[in-house]
Design a protein around this ligand. Structure first.
Ligand SMILES: Nc1nc2c(ncn2[C@@H]2O[C@H](COP(=O)(O)OP(=O)(O)O)[C@@H](O)[C@H]2O)c(=O)[nH]1
Ligand SMILES: [Mg+2]
Ligand SMILES: [Zn+2]
Length: 402
């Protein structure tokens, strides 16, 4: 449930009823813009010094408690950050209620693999809500195109909406999906995400036709996470009745390398058409690609071959990603030693090759000798003082390849 929808936000045990809770709608170096539903104002807030000291990160979408609220000056102080329901990794955005995956039907042509990649990615990132599929540029599509898309995704359980930012087709239906929620618009570059958001709320003035994969600067580039509000008047003009609020976020298109799913066994559960057979697969850690007697493979004739191909591609990517992670962590493990376990204060120090190790130690010792006439006679000390750690980490780029 979104903290925007009512002023009595479901208050956690730690927050008593007279505490002011708001939602961060924009974050930058200068502070956080926090929306307070009760007063319907946005306040520029700084985090209390203690939070900064504890390095509590506050991101767009976070629900925060406020102190020293001054609506006249438009300021407040953030005293704590409430527990997050979820957190998108790119862009950083907390407490997302739903994701609308936008794809163009043409220009660029709809692509089944790209579409499935977005579905899998956001199902894994926002686990408690199924993404909505929004096919844009319906003005460029035939009735057969639209029917075909519905026939692929509706039977899988997805809500499919077909719209045109150019003609306005379907925008009333789209607006109705946004009420009382914080919705993220995701999808490849050029499919019309910003155009749709501008049609929903012309006040946004989002830039159209810019390659949003590039890290740009400025308020309205989509690498920057911000929650925009669609006004009640605007919602009414789109046929929504009553008092309503909707919050939306634009996002940049993803590069291939940004779809990362390091757990191969998770992938099948993101494909409802495969999952229904995977539940009865007799192998507990089956990737459903090769095993004799695998229940998915035994039912292949009932699965759309393109969907199965996409599953295969993604699960294999996931496998190689996992093995890269495993290799990296093995390398890291064998390249460090744990020292100084006293009182649980162990430190991981890079293991240096003999050559570098003695060099670093000698240099350090010589310096210490010179400075404090200190001679360390314990060669295999399990205790490392700061100077040792410093000298090791100075040379950490020279850790041996194993
Ligand atoms: N024909 C047509 N073009 C559209 C539609 N929506 C967006 N466009 C065009 O598609 C291009 C990319 O739009 P933009 O909103 O920047 O896409 P984004 O990268 O997903 O934010 C622009 O040239 C838009 O004018 C639509 O519904 N129909
Ligand atoms: Mg855009
Ligand atoms: Zn199987």
């Amino acid at each position: 449930m979104s903290g925007f929808s009512d002023s009595t936000i479901d208050i956690g045990e730690t927050v008593s009823s007279n505490v002011v809770v708001g939602t961060v709608i924009r974050s930058h170096a200068g502070g956080h813009l926090v929306h307070l539903p009760e007063l319907d104002v946005n306040l520029l807030c700084q985090a209390r010094g203690r939070l900064k000291k504890e390095r509590v990160s506050i991101v767009t979408g976070d629900r925060v408690t406020l102190d020293d609220v001054d609506p006249d000056k438009g300021t407040g102080v953030i005293t704590s950050c409430l527990e997050r329901e979820n957190l998108l990794s790119r862009p950083l955005l907390a407490n997302v209620d739903q994701v609308i995956i936008v794809q163009a039907i043409h220009q660029p042509d709809w692509n089944a693999l790209v579409c499935d990649r977005y579905l899998v990615h956001f199902q894994l990132e926002v686990r408690d809500s199924l993404p909505i599929l929004c096919f844009n540029k319906s003005d460029l599509a035939s009735e057969d195109d639209k029917k075909a898309l519905r026939s692929i995704y509706e039977p899988l359980g997805y809500l499919v909406t077909i719209v045109s930012a150019t003609t306005g087709e379907g925008l009333d239906g789209l607006a109705n999906l946004l009420l009382s929620k914080a919705t993220v618009f995701a999808g490849p570059s050029g499919v019309g995400k910003s155009s749709l958001l501008n049609r929903l709320e012309p006040e946004l003035h989002l830039k159209i036709g810019v390659m949003d994969n590039d890290f740009g600067v400025g308020r309205h580039t989509t690498t920057y996470s911000e929650l925009y509000r669609i006004s009640n008047e605007q919602l009414r003009s789109l046929g929504v009745t009553g008092e309503n609020v909707a919050w939306v976020a634009d996002t940049p298109g993803f590069g291939l390398s940004e779809f990362k799913h390091p757990e191969p066994l998770d992938v099948v559960w993101q494909f409802p058409d495969l999952a229904k057979f995977a539940v009865d697969c007799k192998y507990s850690d089956c990737t459903h690609l090769v095993e004799q007697g695998c229940n998915v493979l035994s039912n292949l004739e009932q699965i759309d071959p393109i969907r199965f191909d996409n599953y295969t591609i993604m699960v294999k990517e996931s496998q190689s990603e996992k093995s890269i992670l495993r290799d990296t962590s093995k390398k890291v493990e064998s390249a460090v030693k744990t020292v100084g376990g006293r009182e649980g204060k162990a430190v991981h120090v890079p293991l240096l090759s003999g050559r570098y190790r003695s060099k670093a130690k000698n240099t350090e010792r010589q310096q210490l000798k010179r400075r404090a006439s200190f001679v360390d006679s314990d060669e295999d000390a399990d205790f490392v003082d700061d100077s040792d750690i410093d000298s090791s980490s100075d040379s950490s780029t020279q850790v041996e390849e194993t």
